[in-house]
Design a protein around this ligand. Structure first.
Ligand code: SF4
Length: 580
């Protein structure tokens, strides 16, 4: 079965921001931590927040009845009076989780009310966002949900119209028309959120191109339900599910191509679980060959064989950059070391994996014994090969392996931990990305120089920097994809420090600087054609970064394969240059 994922599926900006604030409070906030009302309309996310100790505050407690604690205001916002009452109740910290787009509507209403205008809010009077907006109107607000309700309004003067952010454009325009007919000219602020528009437009066109649509999201989420209704207008079968367990596998097997979208309150990990389940369904029309190929591809990527072969390829490129003949023992060492490092780390990092990559988590659980066994065998094989190469290769790989083992072990005494803010290397923000880049660069670039005992400082430096930057960017790009799961488990990755956009910008700058360095390398005597060829994998990674920064979502193993393909490519291009 082919699966197509809508570009704007899942958390919108406002919901993601509120989730990030809530999870940050769960890990570092002043407890106890509450959200004022359910943070989002998704039962699985609410369960998760509860498991992190974040409880829902239904009613504001009486004045002075609480001693400390944190309350997070959800993305919909609240009336200003509620914030004041929360403070009076005794909470020490009120965290503003209101979506910036909702804050903008609140500001328009507050300004209009201040000058004495009458405010009409187009929306659903019982929706929390509208309740919050009304609170900013200082008693001068009215809510209208349909054009026919305009006739029931009292006589108004100086009318200002705004919309609940998730309204449809058609309904808003029709109500504005009625208001003009009744009251004459009115001041119109079309405050419908683009995220809603995009999502609905996208599902309309996606539904035309597929045999059926799966909509993932909470049953009580209004925007998820609207997405299902929009998809149903295409007369294609629509399956609205909260989790992968609700997918009707029998019905789906009749279909060849499935489109997937998700409401603004659906987290990535739920979407990924649905994608994994859909990927495992064999469509009745799918040939045996293509199904088997798909499974083999998945095994190849999920088992880390792809990235380990990429390390072997990079070793050939790094050797040739240093004027060394690619040696099978060096390529094999890199293959075994990187395979062992990646496989064993995935088992040590199981909790985040459940959220970040449920497909891989399932694969690892299914083949646990084989993978752990092969990981240990590979680590031993890498050390054995190094030992055969000489003392120094063995010492170097043993040292970086030891550092890898110590990575998660608390080495800082408790007295220093509070001052430094970390107990182990793992707790240092971004350390995983930096240490992976360093370990790759040592095995791929330094080991050939040590093994052959050939020292060309400029060439070695370029091979080291080339490997380290490509691996750093690879990890940073994956960290951006995994940011929701990492936030859940409290991992301090680079996107959590710099933000997703900031990380993608950093990747762009690093790749651009690397490209300039590779272009200038022939001036230091390095082979010009090889340097030009090695620009191609840099461009490949830059392209992936661009795809991600546009918000495109690639499905599971495909995104990983496209990033790791660049390491292969570096090796293949370097070998082709050498042979020709
Ligand atoms: S739908 Fe738009 S306005 Fe509402 S929370 Fe999301 S980004 Fe903000």
């Amino acid at each position: 079965m082919r699966v197509r994922l809508a570009r704007h599926a899942g958390f919108c900006m406002g919901v993601r921001r509120a989730m990030e604030l809530a999870l940050a409070q769960a890990h570092h906030g002043e407890g106890p931590v509450f959200t004022y009302g359910p943070l989002i309309h998704n039962p699985q996310v609410l369960e998760l927040l509860e498991s992190k100790g974040i409880r829902v505050l239904g009613e504001i407690p009486p004045e002075g009845s609480v001693t400390g604690g944190t309350v997070i205001i959800r993305a919909h916002g609240v009336p200003p009076q509620d914030k004041a009452r929360l403070k009076q109740a005794g909470f020490s910290q009120i965290v503003e989780g209101t979506c910036p787009r909702v804050i903008r509507v609140q500001a328009i209403i507050a300004r209009a009310a201040k000058r004495g205008a009458d405010v009409v809010i187009v929306g659903d009077a019982s929706h929390p966002e509208v309740v919050g907006l009304l609170g900013h109107a200082q008693g001068r607000g009215r809510v209208v949900s349909r054009p026919s309700e305009v006739a029931g309004l009292p006589q108004l003067k100086d009318v200002v119209v705004v919309a609940q952010t998730t309204q449809t454009g058609e309904n808003f325009a029709a109500i504005v028309q009625e208001l003009i007919s009744r009251f004459g000219p009115v001041e119109v602020h079309e405050t419908i959120c683009e995220a809603t528009h995009h999502r609905q437009d996208e599902v309309k066109s996606l539904a035309q191109e597929v045999d059926g649509v799966v909509v993932v999201g909470g049953r009580n989420s209004g925007n998820t339900q609207r997405l299902a209704l929009v998809a149903a207008e295409s007369n294609k079968p629509v399956f609205a599910v909260e989790t992968e367990e609700e997918l009707p596998r029998g019905e789906l097997a009749h279909l060849d191509t499935i489109g997937v979208t998700a409401g603004a309150s659906t987290p990535n990990w739920l979407i990924k679980r649905v994608l994994r389940e859909l990927g495992a369904i064999r469509s009745e029309r799918e040939g045996g060959g293509s199904y088997i190929l798909r499974r083999v591809f998945r095994f190849f990527v999920r088992s880390q064989l792809l990235v380990a072969l990429g390390a072997a390829g990079m070793t050939c490129a790094a050797s040739l950059l240093q004027g060394l003949v690619p040696h099978p023992a060096l390529a094999a060492t890199a293959f075994f070391y990187i395979y062992a490092m990646h496989i064993l780390n995935h088992f040590l990092d199981k909790e985040a994996g459940q959220y970040n990559d449920p497909d891989r988590a399932q694969f690892l659980a299914k083949h646990r014994a084989f993978l752990i066994g092969s990981g240990i065998f590979s680590a031993a094989a890498a050390l054995m090969l190094c030992f055969m190469m000489g003392l120094w290769p063995f010492v170097i790989v043993s040292l970086i392996s030891l550092l890898g083992i110590l990575y998660s072990v608390p080495v800082v005494p408790p007295s220093l931990k509070r001052r430094l803010g970390f107990a182990s290397l793992k707790d240092i923000p971004g350390s995983k990305t930096v240490s992976a880049a360093g370990a790759w660069a040592v095995v791929v670039a330094v080991l050939p120089a040590v093994g052959f005992e050939v020292w060309q400082p400029a060439a070695l430096a370029l091979a080291f920097v080339y490997t380290a930057v490509l691996v750093f960017c690879r990890c940073a790009v994956f960290d951006v994809l995994d940011v929701q799961g990492d936030l859940v488990v409290g991992k301090e990755t680079i996107p959590i420090m710099l933000g997703e956009a900031g990380t993608l910008r950093l990747v762009t700058w690093l790749l651009a600087a690397l490209a300039v360095l590779v272009l200038l390398a022939p001036l230091a005597g390095l082979p010009a054609v090889l340097c030009l060829l090695l620009l191609i994998p840099i461009a490949g990674l830059a392209l992936m970064q661009r795809v991600l920064s546009r918000g495109d979502v690639l499905i599971g193993a495909a995104s990983e394969a496209l990033v790791d393909f660049n390491f292969w490519l570096a090796g293949v291009l370097a070998l082709a240059w050498w042979i020709i």
